[in-house]
Design a protein around this ligand. Sequence first.
Ligand SMILES: [Ca+2]
Ligand SMILES: [Ca+2]
Length: 80
Amino acid sequence: MRKLFIALTAGAIGMTGAAYAASFADIDSNGDGAITTEEFAAAYPDSGQDAWTAADANGDGALSADEHVAAVASGVLPDE
Ligand SMILES: [Ca+2]
Ligand SMILES: [Ca+2]
């Protein structure tokens, strides 16, 4: 699973430019492929619980890359 994620990330960098992938990697400071509430709060100090709840679509307490990009695309989170 981790290899697949890395491959997908590398593909995204190659195909669409590094802007989004770099943003997710910056927020995911421990590099485990998910944004925790702590990483979220550090990246989005102006976004509160409502934004977190909206962004964490499956409610598992972490943001995947897919959930993060969807939240940015829908305006829940600012586009950095
Ligand atoms: Ca993380
Ligand atoms: Ca989630």
